[in-house]
Design a protein around this ligand. Sequence first.
Ligand SMILES: [Zn+2]
Length: 196
Amino acid sequence: MNPYVIITAPHAQCNNNNPIRNCDILAKNAANILYSYIKCQKCLLIGNRYRSDIDLNRPVSRQTDFRLKLTSTITNIMKDNYRPIFLLDVHSFPTEIYGNYEVIILDNTKYPDSNNTYTYRLCSILHEAGIICTKYQGIPQNDIVAEGNYYHLLAPLIEFHETLTIPRVHYICTIISQWINTELNHHLSRLNDLNY
Ligand SMILES: [Zn+2]
């Protein structure tokens, strides 16, 4: 089983001349840290446009360089031969949006409340590691995970609280990288079941 991990951070471009929060402040750091813990083949796509200019996580942005690169990356890996693809879409939030959680997982699949989904298992593994985490249903306009779902990838949207310290982000990212192995084992056991 030879997985491929794609990490995206569509809202990572910050305009520091603007005193009002205009980007996901922690997203670039969190995406880079997460990337550093991924041991398999991987790529990192950091948004290169201001959100005020165009929202790279909305359908309207699909023809931007960033989104075309994402689509071609996915379709090229799929051409290779069958392998599990993880699309981890990284964002960050201020307290006003989700309160004091450290991590929020947004699930855009059809059955977000089931306890037999990869987002449920991701949230559980974070919770067991002492990370304050919960899961919500994402809005359909979250277009990066929507594209991931279209291609049947494992595509959670991961939100980091912007008050997290960098060492804490490192710790959280080690747990997320462990979750990838959990999913691969889960995937293998399902394949074995099918053989009987
Ligand atoms: Zn965002």
